[in-house]
Design a protein around this ligand. Sequence first.
Ligand SMILES: Cc1ncc(COP(=O)(O)O)c(C=O)c1O
Length: 337
Amino acid sequence: MYRAREVIAALFNLDDPLRVIFTSNATDALNISLRGLLTAGDHVITSSMEHNSIMRPLRDLEKSGVGITIVPCDNKGFLDVRDVESAIKKETRMIVVNHGSNVTGTLVPLAEIGGLAGEHGLLFLVDAAQTGGSCPIDLQADRIDILAFTGHKSMMGPQGTGGLAIGERVTLDEFIPIKTGGTGSRSESEVHPDFLPDKLECGTPNTIGISGLSEGVGFVLREGVEKIRRHEMSLTERLLEGLRSLSGITLYGPRDTASRVAAVSFNVDNVMPSEVGFTLDEVYGIMCRVGLHCAPSAHRTIGTFSEGTVRLSIGYFNTEEDIERTIEAVNDIAKEA
Ligand SMILES: Cc1ncc(COP(=O)(O)O)c(C=O)c1O
């Protein structure tokens, strides 16, 4: 467990490995943070590109008196930091955004938002589900207070793992645990421990999953996040170029790979995303995800609500050949439409 905390702290440039806590996924990590830090009367700012793992807890909190501002992004998913600044008011306590959109791949400028949060004394919570392990993230340079991650994507761990990396500026008094129980520490007391990681972890941990995550992150560190990102972006560039050259295809998200990750959404004219996904899988053996990707607000933002899109997600182990086959397959589907 401690080795896993150490490699994750190294990945995100966090000095104290005991400020890495494990959860069952990013959703759990985001719930622990949002519900544990926000109370009635607080105001929180988020963006229109968020996954339901942020939107749904925020909608629940709204019912108990937390004010929410959802800053609209443009139709490529870009968030304008000036709009975030304009939304700040005296009750604002936190800014929470995803680093990379799971719908369009659009990245947010972490350091700029972190700087803004710092200037106004706000907590900055980042959902790094799409970027942990595939994009450089530096908790200190980007001025992130809390980073929520999932294990099973680019951190190359098993499903059912995730957690939080909690920066030094977050004081433990302000973090109220949403679950308490056995921690294996201070067992003489009926009061939950107030130190990390125990304050935010309890019950038997998923040690098998966390060992797998530790090995996955160890691999990422040995390969190097920059190298992983270069490979994924070179394939994404080719995929975007190939799909753009086809007729009957609408592509979403940024054109430029510097401002995105490898989640690529598109639609084929006159064919439902579910049908495209079914054909890609059944006929060509290419896996994708179709529909709303648990992010209805993001699809409203880019104009694809309610059918959604077809989303291809390139990973480090994909090859140029995979990309060429995919472009050909989409071309066949579009021609038959
Ligand atoms: C941007 C984003 N946030 C949060 C999540 C939720 O992650 P998990 O399934 O680990 O709870 C996902 C998962 O797809 C995601 O893409």
